[in-house]
Design a protein around this ligand. Structure first.
Ligand code: GFB
Length: 313
């Protein structure tokens, strides 16, 4: 990518897309194009085709997706599979038709089988059954990986895929019904502290293990791989470190200075027992994360407090 290459970020208002945008601007890229979802509905094939025909981007970061935590994935199953398959298929096919030089598709660690060996190596894809709570989303993401691989093989398109672990950061979703665990716990623990509540409710048993990476690191990895990687094989992106949901809650409690107790609501699903990325391939390509979890949580907690102050939602 040259500094004046035309770069389209699909999903620039989302947590990852906005982080990619900031990273590219910081690095000096000057010709970035974006569209809000009301300006361009990527699920609309004709509108997407028209956009690519007119704008002719050189590079595409496909960070647009319908995303959410375990509850949203489990209950809005049709929306997750339909919206993701539509928008990613339109963008990938239009990128091929309109001669995009390189496209990066962003997947998710939930593409791996529920009970795959840990840490998750790229070659474990399609070796077992998926986690039921997010199967429709995972199937859509697997379709995206396979589309990029197929366009690579049949049409020699430079379309690459990356699989991020669970992410958090600026512009995260703090709606408790649709959010991921980390922003949910920041909000719940902050509110419990502000209202002097003696307990905070955590979904599930607290035993599942998850790995978390800051969206700024994710964006840096994406830009690095866009510049340095052309392989057909997709690449895991993560930190290689995980912890239990209970330990995550204890860490957030400590950072927020909340002294109440944790209560576990086991009527809520745990999801997959463990999801830790093997990041040896990523490291061999020359990139490693910089933001450790405690530092990252402190940063997003400060941002959260600045935005929401002492207001209880
Ligand atoms: O982050 P999360 O929603 O997604 O939940 P997944 C992770 C774990 O945290 C689960 C527990 O065991 C939840 O039960 N948890 C505890 C909570 N308290 C809460 C809470 O208040 N809110 C939430 N959301 N969880 C998603 C997938 O899986 O991760 C997506 O459904 C995607 O497809 C995404 O891959 C990264 O890690 O279980």
């Amino acid at each position: 990518m040259d500094f004046n290459s035309k770069i389209y970020i699909a999903g620039h208002r989302g947590m990852v897309g906005s982080a990619i945008h900031r990273n590219l601007v910081e690095k000096g890229f000057t010709n970035i194009i974006v569209r809000t979802s009301s300006e361009l509905d990527l699920k609309d094939q004709a509108a997407t085709r028209q956009f690519f025909a007119t704008e002719k981007p050189d590079y595409v970061f496909l960070a647009a997706a319908k995303v959410g935590g375990i509850q949203a994935n489990n209950t809005q199953r049709a929306d997750f599979i339909y919206e993701n398959i539509m928008l990613q298929s339109n963008v990938i096919h239009c990128a091929y038709k309109h001669g995009v030089k390189k496209l990066m598709f962003l997947g998710s660690s939930c593409i791996y089988p529920k009970l795959a060996p840990q840490p998750l190596k790229e070659e474990y894809l399609l070796t077992g059954e998926l986690e039921p709570t997010n199967e429709p989303y995972a199937i859509a993401k697997i379709a995206g990986i396979k589309m990029c691989e197929s366009y690579h093989r049949q049409y020699n398109c430079n379309f690459i895929s990356v699989m991020p672990t669970n992410l958090y950061g600026q512009n995260d979703n703090y709606d408790l019904t649709t959010s991921h665990v980390l922003p949910a716990l920041i909000r719940k623990i902050h509110e419990a502290k502000e209202s002097n509540s003696p307990t905070v409710t955590i979904w599930g048993t607290g035993t599942p293990l998850r790995e978390f990476m800051h969206a700024n690191d994710m964006a840096d990895a994406c830009v690095y791989l866009m510049q340095n990687y052309d392989g057909e094989k997709f690449v895991n992106i993560g930190t290689g470190v995980d912890l239990s949901i209970k330990d995550l809650a204890l860490t957030i409690k400590r950072i927020a200075g909340y002294e109440g107790d944790l209560v576990f609501d086991t009527s809520k699903p745990d999801g997959t027992p463990r999801k830790l990325m093997d990041v040896s391939y990523l490291h061999s390509l020359g990139w490693k994360h910089k933001i450790e979890l405690e530092e990252g949580i402190q940063q997003v907690y400060n941002e959260f407090k600045e935005k929401h102050g002492t207001k209880v939602f």
